[in-house]
Ligand binder design. Sequence first.
Ligand code: IPD
Ligand code: CA
Ligand code: CA
Length: 249
Amino acid sequence: MGYFRRDIKTWSKKNSSPVTEADFLVDEFLKQTLLAARPQYGWLSEETTDDLARLNKQTIFVVDPIDGTRGFIRGDDGWSISLAIVKDGEAIAGVIYAPARDELYEAIKNGGAKLNSAPLLKPDKNKERPVIAAAEAVFKKLKNAGIKFECGPHMPSLAHRLVQVSTGKLDIAIGRRGAQDWDIAAATIILEECGIALEDACLGGPKFNREETRHGALAAMLDNSLRAVVNDALIDVYGCLENNADKKA
Ligand code: IPD
Ligand code: CA
Ligand code: CA
């Protein structure tokens, strides 16, 4: 928080996404603190050079030190720190913390999910039109398919955006193709503990700690009534990683 809404150092990465000195400091702090507590675990973080030794570890930490860096730089409070424990390819515990909003989402497998220590329960489906957060191109496909919906607000952090399906702010949250383990592992277990599935439109439930850390386009949905039409829209817009590597949106 000491770096938020201040004049800080920023760089542009090869994929043209921004990174700041705060991203590196959070990464270093979490790496030292968590690996000191669990030296037997592997480590996968957006800001640490990937060490494939993690593939031989049964359990690893998966960390995005700042998710929503663009928002962080702009002074938007919707950025978060996303941290998961992945065992045998599956997220078994997760924390997403949005410090500027003081929202702490957490879950442990079979232990339920919480928001700021209060149980986070699957919201009732009580809206006439689902609120969907997605890119314009996806909205267009859904409109063409005759779906009536409302467009959700812009939220800079994918992790924070995905778990808004468990708070009732969103009914469907989309992650575009190319999301990485660190963007989605914590959200996967938090949503799962609320009875909400986060699925890759091409491959179904995501698997973590593989050599390839990228995923296809994903959707978290409060209920599955629109799953097929949303998945079709996502595949149309983004393609699948294996056979549509040239499609971008
Ligand atoms: C990004 C954010 C953004 C999503 C991008 C991610 P970063 O992560 O989550 O919402 O659309 O795909 O890369 O770069 O801020 O950690
Ligand atoms: Ca991220
Ligand atoms: Ca990041």
